[in-house]
Design a protein around this ligand. Structure first.
Ligand code: ZN
Ligand code: ZN
Length: 318
């Protein structure tokens, strides 16, 4: 074990946040008392398969197609978060990341992302720079790093700074639903340099794809040439091709179904390179922070599916 880690273990001797047992921040008995979150629509909070937002609940101010929640925010969750976030015990990120990875919500997220993992982006709700400096870390960034490293989804792009928090708003925790919404309004903006990096990455990916396609076309042409013994001279080649009835067919006009097919295929270069954006936050309460982040992302990524992902959400009414 790393020496620094050993010292930290000594200073912050891990102790179960619920029963006080030594040996870890959450003992197995207390972990069993956590309850997995029921799949519900994050907007109306009625049960909905796979956490999908009802069509009637989707709007410009509730843009997430689903917000997946791992666990219900009960007393144990509250103790864990209080220790992690407000007592600055950042070593707890391992425990919390394990908690996320062992939830059924997490399996749902992976299933959701698997089909187009290389076109998905994982980001977090940012803290204002002043608050982050004060705390020394962004709890969501720590957790996201832990989770993404443990599952080794190398194709998934993690862009923690995609959003910037412009305003150092009041803590949402003490505000009611209406106050939260106005407190968080216009708090985020897109980080232009992170966006540029994202575009460059995807251009790099496209360039690699194009290169592979060109190589393939070139190799096939070489093979064809060898097979048919066609000379390199263009006129001569045309003549031979005409004489032997080998003239390539004229490209057919693009039909509507062809265009539709192209539109449906996300791998075509014309389509946006980011198809899904996952926004991670530790606790979801009314959803106003998530919605405000989504509203900003929607403007820059009009085509992308927005998915929220949270460690905890309180029961209905809190
Ligand atoms: Zn315990
Ligand atoms: Zn709903």
């Amino acid at each position: 074990m790393h020496f620094g880690k050993q010292i930290l273990r000594f200073i912050f001797k891990p102790q179960c946040v619920k029963c006080g047992k030594f040996g870890g921040w959450l003992c197995p008995d207390c972990k069993n008392k956590l309850i997995g979150s029921l799949p519900e629509c994050y907007s109306c909070r009625k049960i909905s398969p796979d956490f999908a937002t009802h069509q009637s609940c989707l709007s410009a101010s509730t843009p997430f197609s689903k917000v997946i929640v791992c666990w219900r925010y009960n007393e144990i969750g509250k103790n864990l978060i209080a220790k992690f976030k407000y007592s600055y015990v950042f070593q707890m990120s391992e425990t919390l990341a394990d908690l996320i990875a062992s939830s059924s919500g997490f399996s749902k997220l992976i299933k959701e992302l698997s089909p187009d993992l290389d076109q998905a982006v994982f980001t977090i709700i940012p803290l204002h720079i002043r608050r982050q400096n004060q705390r020394g870390f962004n709890q969501c960034d720590l957790l996201a790093n832990q989770i993404l490293a443990s599952i080794q989804l190398t194709d998934l792009q993690y862009v923690p700074n995609l959003l910037i928090r412009r305003a150092n708003n009041e803590h949402q925790a003490h505000l009611d639903r209406f106050q939260r919404k106005s407190n968080i309004k216009d708090a985020f903006s897109i980080n232009k340099s992170a966006l540029l990096q994202l575009q460059l990455n995807s251009r790099g990916k496209n360039a690699k794809q194009n290169e592979a396609q060109n190589r393939f076309a070139f190799e096939s042409f070489k093979l064809q040439k060898r097979h048919r013994q066609l000379p390199d001279n263009k006129n001569a080649r045309n003549k031979i091709q005409t004489n032997f009835g080998l003239k390539p067919k004229k490209p057919q006009a693009k039909t509507a179904s062809h265009l539709l097919q192209q539109k449906q295929n996300p791998k075509t270069p014309q389509s946006p390179s980011v198809t899904k954006i996952v926004v991670f936050d530790d606790i979801l309460t009314t959803g106003s922070t998530m919605n405000e982040a989504g509203r900003v992302l929607r403007k820059t990524f009009p085509q992308a599916t927005l998915i929220g992902f949270c460690l905890f959400r309180g029961g209905r009414g809190n």
